[in-house]
Ligand binder design. Structure first.
Ligand code: NAP
Length: 254
């Protein structure tokens, strides 16, 4: 029903994984998409494959974000959509988690959300139009996992930021929402092997892991003009993963 024709979108971390799924969905909906990713070679490769554009960007670097967003604005005339998706998820148990690891993950996942949103708003506010979609997670706000307490904290923090920020720009025609992926089949997960993946899938009511396009399609909707009355919200895309009261609740459905 909706179209993103004539819309210009930036997707951070769009070279691979979920970001790539978002890029594909936005391109398919007609948007001009710029992948802004630390991994320049992968960004170029993906851009070529899907019909997008690529720029090298470290989202933790304020000056780089400023420069790249200004370039996008200069080259394409506007910035309508920001998908703040780049993120990392190194495992570290509480016994060994260091201050440095804590600070790093908060810088990459949470501070970068603040930086990219703030810089994008400079281009959106004067036009009284903008759609911002943050890739957060069910981890932290809804679930927890041993070894990822620091990661969960960054993802829950993104959602707190989103709620306050969305209120500040609500009267500027700008929405800020979050997509919360469950377990999505990306290259990192694929490396864990078939048996591990099958076991994970058994714990999900939909009995499959998510595809990056499942997240991309949700993000594309939230990025559309038609989603303009939705702001400060989270959309869980997890195949029902957080619903069951117990493992038996999944077995009962068989
Ligand atoms: P991914 O496959 O590792 O892709 C992330 C991309 O972001 C990579 O291209 C990576 O480049 C890039 N990147 C990393 N640090 C960056 C930085 N400082 N500046 C710019 N780009 C950077 O990750 P993913 O699994 O798709 O995850 C994407 C987002 O989804 C993250 O925010 C994550 O928390 C969230 N998420 C993922 C899952 C899941 O199941 N995969 C579930 C819930 C939420 P390099 O290749 O150089 O590292």
């Amino acid at each position: 029903m909706f179209s993103l024709k004539n819309r210009v979108a930036i997707v951070t971390g769009g070279a691979s994984g979920i970001g790539r799924g978002i890029v594909e969905s936005l391109v398919e909906a007609g948007a001009t998409v710029v992948i802004a990713d630390l991994n320049e070679a992968a960004a170029q490769h993906t851009a070529q494959e899907v019909g997008a554009h690529a720029k090298k960007l470290d989202v933790t670097n304020r000056e780089q974000v400023r420069t790249v967003f200004a370039e996008v604005h200069e080259e394409f005339g506007q910035i309508d959509v920001l998908c703040a998706n780049a993120g990392i998820f190194p495992q570290a148990g509480l016994d060994t988690l260091t201050d440095e690891q804590w600070d790093t993950i908060f810088t990459v996942n949470t501070k970068s959300t603040f930086i990219t949103v703030q810089e994008a708003l400079k281009f959106m506010k004067p036009r009284k139009y903008g759609r911002i979609v943050i890739t957060t997670s069910i981890t932290g706000s809804h679930t927890g996992y041993p070894g990822w307490s620091h990661y969960g904290a960054t993802k829950a923090a993104q959602q707190g930021f989103m709620r306050g920020a969305s209120l500040e720009v609500a009267r500027d025609g700008i929405t800020i929402n979050g997509v919360l992926p469950g377990n999505i089949l990306t290259d990192g997960l694929r490396d864990q092997g078939e048996e591990y993946l099958a076991q994970m899938a058994r714990g999900i009511p939909a009995l499959r892991l998510g595809d990056p396009r499942d997240i991309g399609n949700a993000a594309a909707f939230l990025a559309s003009t038609e989603a303009g009355y939705i702001t400060g919200q989270t959309l869980i895309v997890d195949g029902g993963q957080i619903l069951p009261e117990s493992p038996e609740a999944i077995l009962q459905a068989e």
